[in-house]
Ligand binder design. Structure first.
Ligand SMILES: [Zn+2]
Length: 262
């Protein structure tokens, strides 16, 4: 099935394609060549997004937050992600770019393995990279993991990001500190999709008790995001309430609800 542009979902009917690739990931196709991999395991790991077939050349896929390699339960998160992607016909060796919403290990620990498999480039915000190499080290040792090793090719700044040539994906990048100092959110106006990392979830907000976390900055960031015209909010983690928030009205309600925490 081929989707053209935005899917006709609303609060009651959600017509995205849902594939259960394994018991560890549910893969959901939200637009043509755009897939979300929703983590279903017992331990912690982030959700991952894939813009497929956008870049020119032999490695056309762009991945957002490849997640943990292995989590605290010993679940082989990255192996399961590879399997889930293969279930949709995508190879990790064909990834040309990794975008990290932020540098917490449950979002970027697998960067190294993606690069090993594909030679992909990496990008995140400069603020976040600085944090990773300074205060972030404290966080990682607190969590008992080593600092994720990678070298970004370039830094993402707030503003437009144009991916690809033929299948162009025009994104707007938002700097949204609070959970982490250099957190980024990705907005895709053509499909009204917002990828929020750990800034806002279904019925909840990101933690601010990690080093360099700030509730007042998180509030400002969420205020900024809530101004956008969003049909589909894709958070970095699922909560007891759900994972993807679907439908403009539900997204607005979700922002209203989470603002009560701020
Ligand atoms: Zn995080």
């Amino acid at each position: 099935m081929v989707f053209a542009g935005i899917l006709p979902y609303n609060s009651d009917i959600f017509k995205a394609m849902v594939y259960r690739s394994s018991r560890y990931y549910e893969s959901i196709q939200l637009a043509e060549d755009f897939y979300c991999y929703i983590w279903q395991g017992k331990g912690n790991n982030c959700n991952t997004c894939l813009f497929a077939n956008v870049l020119r050349g032999e490695r056309p896929h762009v991945i957002v937050d490849p997640g943990h390699t292995t989590n605290e339960f010993g679940e082989a998160c990255f192996d399961y992600l590879i399997k889930a992607m293969e279930g949709n016909g995508f190879e990790v060796g064909d990834i040309g770019l990794i975008i990290n919403t932020h540098s917490h290990p449950d979002h970027c620990q697998a960067n190294e393995l993606v690069v090993k498999n594909s030679g992909a480039w990496i990008t995140l915000s400069e603020e976040e990279d600085e944090f990773r190499n300074t205060l972030g080290e404290k966080l990682y040792s607190m969590l008992g993991v080593k600092v994720p090793q990678f070298t970004p090719l370039f830094y993402l700044k707030e503003g437009g990001l144009s991916l690809g040539t033929k299948n162009k994906v025009e994104l707007e990048i938002f700097h949204t500190p609070g959970h982490s100092p250099g957190s980024l959110c990705l907005y895709w106006p053509d499909n009204k999709i917002l990828i929020t990392g750990d800034v806002v979830f279904y019925g909840s907000i990101g933690r601010t008790d990690f080093p360099s976390g700030s509730l007042s900055l998180l509030k400002k960031s969420i205020d900024k995001l809530s101004q956008l015209d969003v049909e589909c909010l894709v958070p970095g983690h699922s909560t007891e309430y759900g994972s993807i928030v679907k439908g403009k009205l539900n997204v607005e309600r979700n922002f209203q609800t989470v603002k009560l925490f701020l």
